[in-house]
Design a protein around this ligand. Structure first.
Ligand code: FAD
Length: 269
């Protein structure tokens, strides 16, 4: 049985977020949260590996893992509706306000609880979360779990017992990388198109058990989780003031060029 764990983060469904004036963290009160778009793609990659292995007679278990508020459970049910086999939610006030190091530590504890002490064969994360946007969790998880890691992955071949071949984006183009298992991959958003939940999946997800564990339940060291366990803190975040509205430059090419030159103060000859 190959075990793939997909890390799924609940992110605000709109850019209108409220920040806690004291902790400078997002007020995650469940209002219109969605699955981080990169993670929906990571889940699809996992499900396609599962489908491909099934065609070759190889069983695969796909688990979704999230650290979030209790309302995140509904997003994990959506992952089950799309094809995940099970889900674990790490939810505890002690986790709140975590920076990426505290988050990745909490997720590594959740991983051990999910895998009953063993290690998963693959951990898939999104390349980044659209709210915190650091892209640090995947590599940090790989370090904590002592796994190989490839980031910004565009394609994943069906893993063999010894390893997995991926193609990842670099500044010089697409790079082919062979990694040993277990490995952590962070998946780019445009890697594959996520599937929709099936009707059968929706009914199965409705009755599925989504385990919810707190810090004690996953044996997390309280000194390494949440705001108190975060060596870094967001000092200030704000929605940038939108300055002057843009202008539609109309007319034929010559007129548009003249207007752009004017707007740029004649900078270009
Ligand atoms: P990323 O590293 O961008 O996420 C990559 C992948 O990791 C995700 O696609 C997902 O697969 C997985 N993942 C991330 N979080 C979770 C989760 N909670 N549950 C399951 N999977 C998860 N923290 C810092 O340490 N440094 C900063 O500079 C920083 N800046 C921030 C700025 C803003 C505006 C905000 C709102 C938060 C910031 N944070 C920062 C806090 C950060 O959002 C949290 O640490 C968060 O839990 C993980 O960081 P991230 O969202 O950047 O994740």
């Amino acid at each position: 049985m190959m075990h793939i764990v997909v890390c799924v983060k609940a992110v605000p469904g709109s850019t209108e977020v409220r920040m806690d004036p004291v902790t400078h963290t997002i007020i995650r009160d469940g209002g219109a949260a969605v699955v981080n778009p990169f993670d929906a793609t990571a889940l699809e990659v996992a499900l396609r590996i599962k489908d491909a292995r099934a065609n070759m007679g190889g069983p695969t278990r796909v688990s979704a893992l999230s650290m979030g508020i209790p309302a995140t459970e509904s997003l994990l049910r959506d992952c089950i509706a799309r094809g995940a086999d099970d889900a674990l939610l790490l939810s505890d006030r002690a986790f709140a306000g975590a920076d990426t190091l505290a988050t990745s530590y909490a997720l590594s504890c959740g991983m051990r609880a999910l895998c009953e002490g063993a290690a998963p064969d693959l951990v898939l994360c999104g390349k980044m979360a659209v709210d915190g946007d650091t892209a640090q969790i995947g590599p940090e998880l790989a370090g904590l779990l002592e796994m190989a890691c490839a980031t910004d992955v565009r394609t994943v071949e069906v893993p063999s017992p010894g390893g997995v071949v991926v193609r990842r984006a670099t500044d010089q183009g697409i790079e082919r990388v062979e990694l040993p298992l277990p490995a952590v991959l962070t998946i780019a958003k445009d890697a594959v198109q996520p599937r929709m939940p099936s009707i059968a999946g929706v009914f199965m997800a409705r009755d599925a058990e989504v385990r919810v564990l707190g810090a004690h339940g996953v044996g997390a060291d309280s000194a390494r989780i949440g705001l108190a366990g975060s060596p870094t803190q967001v000092v200030r975040s704000f929605v940038p003031e939108r300055e002057a509205a843009g202008e539609d430059v109309l007319g034929d090419v010559a007129a548009q060029a003249a207007r752009v030159r004017e707007l740029m103060g004649g900078a270009c000859a």
